[in-house]
Design a protein around this ligand. Structure first.
Ligand code: N01
Length: 529
């Protein structure tokens, strides 16, 4: 059976772009199929006001090319979405990637042909592409979650989803705006929208923890220092569970005297960013330690927010770091503005959307525009939108009915020659995505090269290896407090989605070690045919 390409890569975000580059380097042919008009994935779609990455820009970047590292200039501590998108475009041009990317095309189905050992990939343009391998690089947070609230179609004004924002931007000047949701996307966009809008009404189901970003322009002397020592920084980052080079204080919060504890929290708070959760090593392992950190953040809310009732509604009651910690610029301060109203809907869901706004707790709220900052069907959503069928015509969505199962987060029993970059069961969303993506891509590219050298056509994980991996993913999840709340990590934000803690929480170093062992033992856990 002749094939069109060695591999079809789905998605031209950071995963898909680097996958294409690596496969080309190794002499494989590949076609990237991308729904958007341009590269960038997450950063192509998420154009809401205030969107920026909350991993520092010098770390949220590729490391496979020293030249790229040296020539690219990040301008802010946390890069904005437009800057990250410019970077993605620069990479596409620099490595001449576009000629193998088919834009504005969605994969609708992928079926493994067992007789020919090839994948037949169908697109919404009506064509079928045949390839030996399918490599998905569809992102973990790329399938927007539109909440099932009655009457959504009745709203007369425009409705925007933060995860699929109009490319021309939205000007809220003089408008009244209703926002549903208070996750990362909302926490970044609310302060900006509030500056523009005549009035902003925020509907909050769950209060969220956020730490200040203290974003600032990058000091050229700091950048020069980073550039002079990039390899060391990247190496250090790979020894950290989140793949981010920040210092983890190995002490326990409960065993540290109160004054010292306060000092350390204040220090991290003043520095800003996600490193706050590394103030002590047991914040996600021990209820008491977690409560100490949570109380510290709660006290900060009351220091900032002037109206005590609003401050109380904004105060999270759950475990800090269980839902994804947010990083903000002026979020709580925004609720001191006279043009911002917070509505607590924690005890009663929104009744319905109406033509002029929405009805909640027996009261009608009117606004011109509705913003859904309601997140994503995370980790499995994008994959399961495609009709992926493996051996015996079995659909991935049936295989994963009880929750996703994978080997290394990269492969699935019954789906030969399918690789899922940052799939469920990989560290992905719990880590700095860029180094995780590069690790996956290198693993896959090396694997394809090894198969070619051995004359092997088909690779597929075996049941025992997959079960053992799923056991490890679940085992690690149960050790931490992170699996204990209703977060998107466990699929709780999507009605009917099985409750399974999806990412691997053992940390990037343990994950890399596991992958290296698999390779060293000649692709242990896989059947090669
Ligand atoms: O989505 P979310 P997000 N009625 O799921 C609420 C990454 N990210 O787009 O918590 C009322 O966190 C929901 O309420 P609840 C990051 O990993 C990164 O903000 O389910 N409310 C919640 O408040 C992040 O974690 C960056 O009770 C409803 C909100 O909508 C992930 O993306 C920036 C509702 C959804 O919050 C997702 O973040 C942005 C309903 N029916 C995002 N349905 C950076 O790097 C949902 N909600 C900076």
């Amino acid at each position: 059976m002749s094939t069109d390409f060695d591999a079809v890569i789905v998605g031209a975000g950071f995963g898909g772009m680097y996958m294409l580059h690596r496969l080309r380097q190794k002499g494989f042919t590949a076609r990237v199929i991308e729904a958007g008009k341009g590269v960038g994935g997450t950063w192509y779609w998420n154009r809401y006001p205030g969107a920026r990455c909350d991993v520092e820009s010098v770390q949220y970047s590729y490391q496979f090319s020293a030249e790229l590292e040296q020539e690219w200039e990040w301008t802010e501590r946390y890069a904005t979405q437009p800057e990250i998108l410019r970077y993605a475009n620069h990479v596409a041009d620099r490595f001449d990637l576009r000629r193998d990317i088919q834009f504005e095309t969605r994969i609708t189905a992928a079926t493994f042909d067992e007789a020919a050992n090839v994948w037949r990939v169908k697109t919404d343009k009506g064509d079928t592409v045949v390839a030996r391998f399918v490599i998905t690089a569809m992102g973990c947070l790329s399938s927007p979650n539109t909440p099932r609230i009655e009457g959504l179609a009745d709203f007369k004004g425009p409705t925007y989803h933060t995860g699929n924002w109009p490319h021309e931007g939205v000007d809220f000047t003089g408008k009244t705006v209703g926002v549903i949701g208070t996750g990362s996307s909302a926490i970044q966009s609310i302060p900006i929208m509030a500056q523009q809008a005549k009035h902003l009404t925020v509907f909050q189901r769950t209060a969220n923890y956020t730490v200040p970003a203290h974003n600032k322009p990058l000091d050229p002397a700091y950048v020069a220092k980073v550039k002079a020592h990039y390899p060391e920084m990247r190496k250090r980052a790979k020894t950290k569970p989140a793949g981010i080079d920040f210092v983890i204080n190995m002490a326990s919060a409960i065993e540290t005297p109160e004054a010292e504890r306060r000092r350390l929290f204040e220090e991290r708070w003043a520095y800003g960013g996600l490193g706050f959760m590394a103030s002590f090593s047991d914040l996600l392992l021990n209820d008491e330690s977690n409560k100490i950190a949570a109380d510290f953040v709660r006290s900060k809310i009351h220091e900032v927010v002037k109206d005590p009732k609003t401050a109380e509604i904004l105060t999270p009651k759950n475990i800090i770091g269980c839902k994804r910690l947010c990083v903000d610029t002026g979020y709580w301060e925004t609720f001191n503005r006279p043009n911002v109203t917070l509505v607590d809907i924690s005890d009663e869901p929104i009744e319905r959307i109406t033509a002029s706004g929405l009805r909640a707790k027996g009261q009608d709220y009117a606004f011109d525009c509705l913003v859904l900052a309601t997140g994503f069907d995370a980790m499995t959503g994008a994959l399961l939108k495609v009709d992926i069928r493996g051996r015996g015509g079995v659909a991935l969505k049936d295989k994963w009915r009880e929750g996703p199962k994978s080997y290394l987060g990269l492969t699935v029993v019954g789906f030969p020659n399918l690789f899922t970059i940052t799939g469920p069961g990989s560290p992905s969303v719990l880590t700095n995505m860029l180094p995780s993506i590069e690790q996956h891509v290198d693993f896959i590219a090396d694997c394809l090269e090894a198969l070619r050298a051995k004359g092997v056509n088909v690779i597929e994980p075996v049941d025992e290896a997959q079960e053992a991996w799923v056991g490890q993913v679940g085992g690690f999840a149960n050790i931490t407090l992170r699996s204990t709340c209703s977060s998107w990590y466990v699929g709780a934000n999507i009605p009917g989605k099985p409750r399974v803690f999806m990412p691997y929480i053992g940390g990037l170093p343990a994950y890399i070690a596991a992958c290296e062992t698999v390779v060293k033992n000649d692709y242990e856990g896989f059947a090669l045919a």
